[in-house]
Design a protein around this ligand. Structure first.
Ligand SMILES: Nc1nc2c([nH]c(=O)n2[C@H]2C[C@H](O)[C@@H](COP(=O)(O)OP(=O)(O)OP(=O)(O)O)O2)c(=O)[nH]1
Ligand SMILES: [Mg+2]
Length: 312
């Protein structure tokens, strides 16, 4: 078996939400491309010790708070790497390229304009995604609009419209009504793939049901987010293969709406989320304050149907 290079990587975020990237020297592996600073874990070091040392060496900063963002396994033709990526929101010192490398502060939405090593695509996705993903369900159609308003009032920036009960006409009408409101709140809207007849350009992305995901052979070339519902390893691997941006993995815990469903539990969620090479939201029986636990388990954040419409 080929050995895997273990790497600690830091996405350093300033108080404006900009992220520091650095240019890799031309003569190094993946040279000339932009990177998030970091480097190889040395024998006897923990991930976190390696992160602190590398960012001190490369940027002259002391890391104060680091939160797990995502772990990426990538096979380059000449080398396999495992990048453990941390988000760093608190640090001391004035970061600069201590080894002479160029550095830039970039807004998350502008990261796509820079050339990174192939392994970095999901890291950029994870940095663009918010920590919460609300699923607006139409099981009670009369509550749709008030639930949406509660979700927006709770500060949620990513919303899936899971409209399975209302007619296509009602769905289209609802979407036309709420989109300007969502835009004003800076929230992106994804449409569940079970809803048909909506112009894709009107929304910010598609959320595939597990069944639609498995029927997909390649990523459709429509713009915007492509997300998918996954329940097991096979679905997650397929999501990665077809180029899905992020997944929702469920059910983590038992829920009132699906009594008796086979749950993953924290252990099952952790095992799958840690090996996923795309950001994974946990869904099922979770609340906003489960975020830290989801991140520790290797997840991106919390998805929920009821979690964001309950008044706090
Ligand atoms: N630091 C970093 N490495 C990355 C990124 N993406 C990516 O594929 N890599 C790969 C390139 C390298 O093969 C490996 C990291 O090695 P490195 O060159 O940063 O290691 P280092 O700082 O210890 O370098 P060195 O002084 O020992 O040469 O991971 C990224 O965003 N940041
Ligand atoms: Mg390095």
């Amino acid at each position: 078996m080929k050995s895997v290079l273990e790497v600690a990587v830091g996405a350093v975020v300033d108080r404006h939400g900009k992220i520091l990237i650095a240019k890799r020297p031309d003569d190094k592996h993946q040279g000339g491309l932009w990177e998030f600073p970091g480097g190889k874990i040395e024998p006897g070091e923990t991930q976190r010790q390696a992160l602190d040392r590398e960012l001190h060496e490369e940027l002259a900063i002391d890391v104060k708070t680091a939160t797990p963002l995502i772990t990426i396994h990538h096979d380059y033709p000449d080398l396999s790497v495992r990048l453990k990526v941390w988000r760093i929101d608190r640090f001391e010192g004035d970061p600069h390229g201590r080894e002479g490398q160029a550095v830039e502060w970039v807004a998350p939405t502008d990261l796509q304009n820079y050339s990174f090593p192939a392994a970095n695509r999901p890291i950029v996705t994870a940095l663009r995604l918010p920590p919460f993903y609300a699923i607006l369900d139409d099981s009670t159609p009369s509550a749709l609009f008030s639930n949406l308003k509660t979700i927006l009032a709770n500060g949620i920036k990513l919303i899936q419209l899971r409209l399975k009960k209302v007619t296509a006409g009602e769905a289209a009408e609802f979407i036309a009504r709420i989109l300007p409101l969502c835009r004003r709140h800076g929230a992106s809207v994804l449409l569940n793939s079970a809803v048909s007849g909506i112009e894709a350009s009107a929304i910010d992305g598609i959320h595939l049901t597990g069944k639609d995901l498995m029927a997909l052979r390649e990523r459709p070339d429509s713009q915007g987010w492509l997300a998918a519902s996954c329940h097991n390893e096979a679905e997650l691997r397929h999501a990665e293969t077809v180029g899905v941006d992020f997944a929702v993995l469920a059910p983590v815990l038992p829920t009132a709406t699906h009594p008796g469903a086979r749950i993953l539990g924290w252990q099952g969620f952790t095992a799958l989320a840690e090996t996923a090479n795309i950001p994974v939201f946990g869904l099922g029986g979770l609340a906003k304050d489960d975020l830290a636990r989801v991140r520790e388990a290797g997840g991106q954040g919390v998805a929920g149907i009821r979690a964001f419409i309950e008044t706090e």
